[in-house]
Design a protein around this ligand. Sequence first.
Ligand code: P6P
Length: 333
Amino acid sequence: MRRVTLTQYLIEQQRAGRINADLRLLIEVVARAVKAISVNVSKGALADLLGEAGTDNIQGEAQKKLDVIANEILFQANEWGGHLAAMASEEVEEVHQIPFDYPRGGYLLLFDPLDGSSNIDVNISVGTIFSVLRNPGKDTEPSEQSFLQPGREQVAAGYALYGPSTLLILTVGNGVHGFTLDREMGSFAYTHPFMTIPVETHEYAINASNARHWEPPVQRYVAELQQGSTGPRGKDFNMRWVASMVADVHRILTRGGIFMYPMDEKCRKQGGKLRLMYEANPMAMLVEQAGGAATTGRERILDVVPHKLHQRVPVILGSASEVERVAAYHREG
Ligand code: P6P
């Protein structure tokens, strides 16, 4: 059976007026970079790509060799196309300007090049997360300020999941659509049209070792899940925690659930654990486009007005009914 490819899907979105040629090129280029990252991730020990790079990123985290490689692949793939005004990466403190000898375009690309990289050395799925904003001004050297737009301004968002198969999950504001890398053809086949999150669920994802640090609303919510059919929820729940946000979110997009990295006393001074601009915002756009919800506990994530490029926020996202329950518990205090 001839499968529709990512290229055909994007051309149809352009024909329908949902994206323009520059955004189509941007997504195609990110997809090509994802293929190159997938090749490197799957080589692992065979190419001496495991382990640490010996450097730290702006977050003060030890970088894995593949963090640095994935970051370079995304920078180099996107510099020359003329579709971007600038880029921002979890791995780099400053805004990455387009080299002077290349043309600039109207979009800003933000990414976490290899999310969950602590899992690489134990061969557990990792991913790439990306977010696309419009360059708000005509500034050909956008500053950090140009990036500080609430997540509702995103024009596209997506992730790659380097798992048993390599998936590219994408939204351009017309639902969530998934593509599977066909390694023989070297193209992404359109395999998951209009992904939607089931409203009801019996699965939750949270790092339970932080329980004593959670705020009371989260402690209350999780305790009720753990009481299962003997408690107020009247049914049993299951827990999953991959410690790769991309893997946990993909499971939720596929079969429902709630993902929580809430505010806790350990990360309160940083504002949370996960980064707003290139983790929480793109995932929140995807989840909402799939019929789910995404909140900090006190505010819709896509409405958070950023004040720093690398700022962190609490994240509670997934099946709408569960997310709304957690938000209600926060309102009740
Ligand atoms: P913890 C990976 O480092 C990450 O940013 C997310 O992908 C993941 O959900 C979370 O941190 C895991 O955090 O505290 O469980 O190691």
